[in-house]
Design a protein around this ligand. Structure first.
Ligand code: SF4
Length: 73
């Protein structure tokens, strides 16, 4: 699984960086950037929370190959 941010939707609301600062960082324009596209299993619960909390659904999860987060604990 990989996480990406659609910067064309991002409003710079910052919820993602607040929740998972090791994964998301706001750039100089205030838009969120993914620092770690394949975060550690420990980060996934918070990464998945950002998907729900982002007001514009800009945080996207690519299911792709690899174990689901609940299988990697
Ligand atoms: S929560 Fe959504 S809108 Fe806010 S900075 Fe993150 S990706 Fe952008």
């Amino acid at each position: 699984m990989r996480v990406t941010v659609d910067q064309s939707r991002c409003l710079g609301a910052g919820q993602c960086e607040q929740l998972a600062p090791e994964v998301f960082r706001q750039d100089e324009e205030g838009l969120s950037r993914v620092l770690v596209p394949e975060p550690d299993p420990a980060s996934w619960p918070r990464v998945l929370q950002t998907v729900d909390l982002c007001p514009v659904q800009a945080v996207l999860i690519d299911e792709g190959p690899g174990p689901a987060p609940q299988d990697t604990k």
